[in-house]
Design a protein around this ligand. Sequence first.
Ligand code: NI
Length: 177
Amino acid sequence: MIRQVLRAGNPKLMRRALPVEQFDTPALHALVDDMIDTMQALDGAGLAAPQIGINLRVVIFGFRSNERYPDAEPVPFTVLVNPQIEPLGDLQVLGWEGCLSLPGLRGEVPRYERIRYTGVDPEGRSIDRSVEGFHARVVQHECDHLDGVLYPMRMRDFARFGFGEEIELARLASLQG
Ligand code: NI
């Protein structure tokens, strides 16, 4: 079922979500199914449970191609429960992000270029991956939602924030000189 995505300003997005303690339950599978339906309906690259008002440490992400991130390499579709992130190295890079909780907006956000993430899938099976680039960015963005952090809270330069359509028009204009 497609659920309503909460928008920035809703206090439910600002909470620290609770760990999942029981796996492979009908309730957990129903939550994941709703998250998948919702992310697909909105053509998102990821979604965290708090964005549909559920205060649990569950994120989903992945796509083959995404209209909003035309240059991004594909990210395998993943359901990640109780995630933990460990930066691999100190390197942070700037990249444009959007969020279904801030519809239409984009901002340039610093993220670790390389991370290791661990967690489990809905059946409780271990996930352990070392990734980089856009894959690493998406995971950091989604896991931030579990701690009440939205991407503008990570930004350093609000001159690099605005409506996606305007930013794209400006980029095309600059290419034309
Ligand atoms: Ni988001």
